[in-house]
Design a protein around this ligand. Sequence first.
Ligand code: NOJ
Ligand code: NOJ
Length: 696
Amino acid sequence: MAYLSSLPSVNVSCTRVIEFWLGPSNRGAWHACLSEASLSSYFLNLDARSNAIDTLSNASRPREHTSQLIIVGCAIIGTAVCCYAGLFLKMRIPSLSVNEYKDTLWSRSGQATELLVAFPRVRMRVVLLSALALCAGVFAQSSTVVDQYVASESPIAKAGVLANIGSSGSRSSGAKSGVVIASPSTSNPNYLYTWIRDSALVFKCLIDQYTRGEDTSLRTLIDQYLGAQATLQQVSNPSGTVSTGGIGEPKFNIDETAFTGGWGRPQRDGPALRSIALITYANWLIGQSNSTYVVQKVWPVVQLDLNYVANHWNLTGFDLWEEVDSASFFTSAVQHRALRQGVALAQSIGQTGPVSLWSSQADNILCFLQSYWNPASGYVTSNTGGGRSGKDVNSVLASIHTFDPAAGCNSGTFQPCSDKALSNLKLYVDSFRSIYSINSGIAANKGVATGRYPEDVYYNGNPWYLATAAVAEQLYDALIVWKAQGSLTVTSTSLAFFRQFLSSVTAGTYSSSTGTYTTIINAVQGFADDFLAMNAKYTPGDGSLAEQYDKSTGAPTSAVHLTWSYASALTAFAARKGTKPASWGAQGLQVPSGNCQNPGPLVSATFNEYATTVWGENIYLTGSLDQLANWSPDNAIPLSSAAYPTWSVTVNVPANTAFEFKFIRKNNGAVTWESDPNRQATSPASGSFTINSSWR
Ligand code: NOJ
Ligand code: NOJ
């Protein structure tokens, strides 16, 4: 039975009271007035949840009970007034069992009807109004509903995450140390594997908690995750070896061997997400004066991931849902963030070798990222392939996982409060209003349950906990920024989003002293809470989070105890509290103007030319590529004489590309070319290569 089922039942009972007044022969209304589902199930749920909390973690019994009891109290009073005033019955609600309670209602309902039809009209109105007022009172507490969901679900979600991490997690037996299982489900679907994406997002959440000082016990686990990822990077798999594309493999067996079955591979978001998580850890370590550990343990893993990203971002791959082989917004967005963070890390630990490649590719990705925006419709087309509408929580996840609280509402990086991200959010959310029956009857400006994308058919296409939580999180992130800057801006792009809350609003900037600001902030807070309230409503009594809940019945479905679902609850709850993630460098980034430089994946080429020279004479390289100065002797690339008489230089050139080149000598402005023909080479698909030659 769904958690918090009591509150909607109170609603039903009050609605039925009204129906009763309109049509006094509706005898069944009295049954519904205090239906068996409302209060007794609530108490059953409370106990189930507390037991789950006690078993799963050492957390003390949460304080939620006080606020839950207040709500239950309200519900009891409100409903009792409805019924008592009409029935003149003294019901000792909490002391009755479900059946006693039902019997009482049934046996007295006939009598009640007679009494009621004899009521003076004025008395009816008073009763009706007080019932309505009390019901409204209960519903005005939707934030309280979410408060107590957060209080009760937080320890369960945290325990749920930890239970799914090997080797000691209680639901992850067989997983190697630091390996995150996606879910303990072994059939329909079998998720007892480790995905690079899920694991990185889970550890992003844990590393944030650890580095913010919220849970100092996580250090060992984080180091085990790091160790497990270092191992997995080296495991040859169907996507390749460590140097031939294996870094893009999406999932492995939980004993750290390769998964060799058919799959949508490669997926290029995983290495970026892993770097993002690990760089946050690295930055914290540097702050603790532990750069040595960073250089020795974290950097090698990050460097492999980011070189992979820098060299492959421009190739297609499978999206995060493992279905569409194309370019994908989420993947590009997290790749961009990862490279920026990588550049900053490289600089802070003096490993500047890859800086120029990573930063130029970050510029290229930021430029490319803009192309997903669909200006005519006002949303992000999440995949360039796949033939769908493109409305996809892919884009919402991109926004929350690239949130930088220092970047304001910048739309180039699709910050949560940017006009593009808000417009996109509205269109994405609205696409689920009519297709899930559990959303029917919910007002168009209230939160609903949302899924991956409206065309989804996986397990029949349902709401996902992590998708609905992501919507709430984007809105909470937006609130963090608006509150910090003391204003919010409505543009023509975001107008439709804001008009959901204030139909008269027009484009402009509203400071925190205006009524417009206050109205919108409060409404957005409530709107965000609606989404968590949907998840709350369809979270079972024990607080467990599966992958999905049925679009018609709300029953949990697909994989049980999905680690990512638990992590998504924790990050949404943190955002609701106003917790800011660390900045990653999005502040002040300018989208490159003009056409995007899109050189595709690059590989590193080292040229060693044996050449004896006279004093004042130097060796240069030029050739048929942009990277080789397009045969320009003036712009030719100088080689280093550090290993004279061997002259050397390393440059990045496009992968998989045939090109021509030559060395030249320059002496006091005089240029001497090597003899013909031009030298020829073809770069490999990935990795690096070396060309050794002698002057001729
Ligand atoms: C399994 C994938 O994990 C899931 O995302 C996908 O929807 C189904 N396969 C169907 O392709
Ligand atoms: C299916 C989801 O589509 C995918 O994103 C996820 O990585 C796997 N399930 C494992 O949770």
